[in-house]
Design a protein around this ligand. Structure first.
Ligand SMILES: NC(=O)c1ccc[n+]([C@@H]2O[C@H](COP(=O)([O-])OP(=O)(O)OC[C@H]3O[C@@H](n4cnc5c(N)ncnc54)[C@H](OP(=O)(O)O)[C@@H]3O)[C@@H](O)[C@H]2O)c1
Length: 278
């Protein structure tokens, strides 16, 4: 039985993927920030056939909460087969976390970065293992300015969100390189434009467009969850690493997302931001 950890498991893509993966009889470790939502999610995932369900609390806007989560994982599990970094959100107003970092970058990129770094040894010991990042097609057009990562100047929710999703791919590619030969694969994906609660966070003037998009072309959360479940478990992609998928198709990401030097610099800067450097 595999142990599969999913962050952002309490709604949308994460919840649907957890239920789909549960049908394979594996143990699901569900991570969320809201205990009531976690309890309800656990019931649904158990009912879907999981071989075991555990819940762990974590607020990804807090580095101490992420460190506590990693500590709990290391204490409770002697193996981890899949780490799916899926928690994320859209922040229409610029806010900073208690760690003094712009919230979108902190939650969507640094959250998964810190958790993954703290669990990498366990994943390597558990190989073959898989690490996933829920990125977005919106990374196309994103910029990365190391002098102002958190948009102290010129913040918009869109720009911050796109930047965080570019960071997901750059980190996935850099980590895949670092873990070459360990039989731990690392991939990022765009799940499609998915009808989930994330769209409630966009500004009021965008809402009419969202309603139309939901009716015309957005896919269901179940379909969005499928890509995560596919990359987490399908034998077809067992050896694929360092790639970017759109739905379940391997695609070429933006030019910036393929820039290895940019990815390396992002890893160094991110490590410093989460206190992982000497
Ligand atoms: N929907 C799309 O079209 C789309 C497209 C591309 C990529 N994505 C990505 O897919 C991922 C899942 O989003 P979704 O569409 O499924 O939206 P969602 O239904 O809003 O789910 C987001 C999940 O992340 C959790 N989360 C957000 N901020 C958190 C924090 N600070 N600490 C802990 N957990 C936090 C949420 O917890 P709560 O339940 O407590 O709020 C929820 O479980 C995100 O990374 C998103 O960027 C979505």
């Amino acid at each position: 039985m595999k142990t599969i950890l999913i962050t952002g498991a309490t709604s949308g893509i994460g919840l649907e993927a957890a239920q789909q993966l549960a049908a394979g009889g594996d143990r699901l470790v569900l991570v969320g920030r809201n205990p009531q939502k976690l309890a309800r999610t656990a019931e649904l995932v158990e009912a879907a056939g999981a071989g075991g369900v555990d819940t762990l609390e974590c607020d990804f806007s807090s580095q101490s909460s992420i460190r506590q989560l990693a500590k709990s994982v290391l204490a409770q599990y002697d193996r981890l087969d899949v780490l799916a970094n899926n928690a994320g959100g859209y922040h229409k107003e610029r806010t900073e976390t208690a760690d003094g970092i712009e919230a979108t970058f902190a939650v969507n990129h640094l959250g998964g970065f810190l958790l993954t770094e703290l669990l990498t040894d366990l994943l390597v010991q558990s190989a073959p293992a898989r690490i996933l990042f829920t990125s977005s097609v919106l990374h196309f057009g994103a910029t990365l300015d190391f002098d102002d990562l958190g948009f102290a100047q010129g913040y918009t929710g869109e720009k911050a969100y796109s930047r965080s999703k570019l960071a997901n791919i750059l980190y996935a590619k850099a980590l895949a390189k670092r873990l070459a030969g360990t039989r731990v694969t690392v991939n990022a994906f765009h799940p499609g434009a998915v009808d989930t609660g994330i769209w409630d966070s966009i500004p009021w003037f965008g809402q009419p467009l969202v309603s139309i998009a939901k009716r015309l072309f957005m896919i269901s959360a179940a379909e969005g969850g499928y890509t995560l479940a596919y990359l987490a478990a399908d034998p077809e992609v067992a050896e694929v690493t360092g790639e970017y998928f759109q739905k379940n198709r391997n695609k070429v990401p933006s030019r910036r997302a393929q820039d290895d030097a940019l990815g390396q610099r992002l890893c160094e800067v991110s490590a410093a931001m989460v206190g992982l450097t000497e």
